[in-house]
Structure formats: C-alpha cells, structure tokens
Design a protein around this ligand. Sequence first.
Ligand code: S3P
Length: 190
Amino acid sequence: MSDAVFAAPSRAGSRTIALIGLMGVGKSTLGRRLAARLGRPFVDGDQEIERAAGRSVSEIFAELGEAEFRAGEARVMRRLLTGPPVVLATGGGAVLNPDTRRLMKSHAVSVWLRAELPVIVERVARRDTRPLLRGKDPLATLTALAQARYPVYAEADLVVDVGAGAHGQAVGRVIKALEAHRLAHPEKSW
Ligand code: S3P
C-alpha cells in the first residue's frame, strides 16, 4: 500500500469555516452549533465589530454611517480570516468587500447558508437589531438584497439549504457538505 494513503489526513484543520448569507438565515445560531459539533471555537463577526468599536451595530450605523461600519467590518474580517481556524459567522454584507472575498478564498472554506425569503422574513421579525431593515418592508428589502447579493454569495465553496426543518438537521447537512468538500479538495482542508 502506498504511503500517500496514510499521509492524506495530515492537513486537516487548517482553514476557517466561514458562514455567509442574508441576515436572519441563521449564521450565528447554526455557526454556534456547528462549532460545538466540530470542537472548534465560534466567532461572530458582528460581535467582534461591536467589541472593536465599543458600540452596537445599530449605533455604528446611526452615529458613524454605513461606510464606517463597512470599513470596520473589513478590518475585523481581515484579522479573523488571517487568524487561527474557527467557525466564523459573517455579517450579511461582509463578502461584498473584494478584499474580504479574496481572503476568504485563500484562508477559508465558505458556506452559503440559503433559505427561502419568507422563512428569513419570519426570523428577522423577531429582533429589531438590523439597521438595514428598520422602518422598511422586510420582504421588499430582503428581496432587493437577495437580487444584488446572491450572485456574490454563489461564489461560496459550498451552498447548503437551511430553510426547512430543525436547526440540528441543517447543521448535519452543513457537516456532510464540508466532509464531502474536504475529500474532494484536500488542499483546502478545514
Ligand atoms: C448586514 C447584516 C448584519 C450586520 C449589519 C449589516 C447586511 O449581520 O452586519 O446589520 O448588510 O446584510 P447579520 O447578517 O448577522 O444579521
């Protein structure tokens, strides 16, 4: 038997698993569960931005504006994507930044968590923490965001539908997709 058979798993664990997708799709909730199942740390990108800025996402939008938020988001993404491997929940707009996208391609395995818009609308209605939705019709706003962003999200290494069923099932689907990806692309092992 060739030595290569035994050498194959040695690169495991090198890449961050980056979850991308629209707000409300469940990146943080699923990410936390995924991290627990894989035994690795979970990091929430928005929380890291809040910590770095010393204020909430809503306050950053209101007091500094979206452009400042995006600049801070890009800095935090760079730090996290070039750091130790974690499960990373990114804010829904993070991958619109080309540098973040490049870093994700070179340092992470990206997973687009996708769900039907009505499912997402129901989830975002539970919290009033998203400045892009405040005072707007959520379905119309999310539809416009989906139109603009889905072509970018579609560049992810993996796409997993997480709309239907319990969170636990969705996490199982993400793990299955990640394992298949690791077999097919050992050079991008997570
Ligand atoms: C945003 C998504 C939010 C947060 C900010 C902007 C977006 O994160 O970063 O409100 O542009 O889609 P979640 O996707 O975690 O809600």
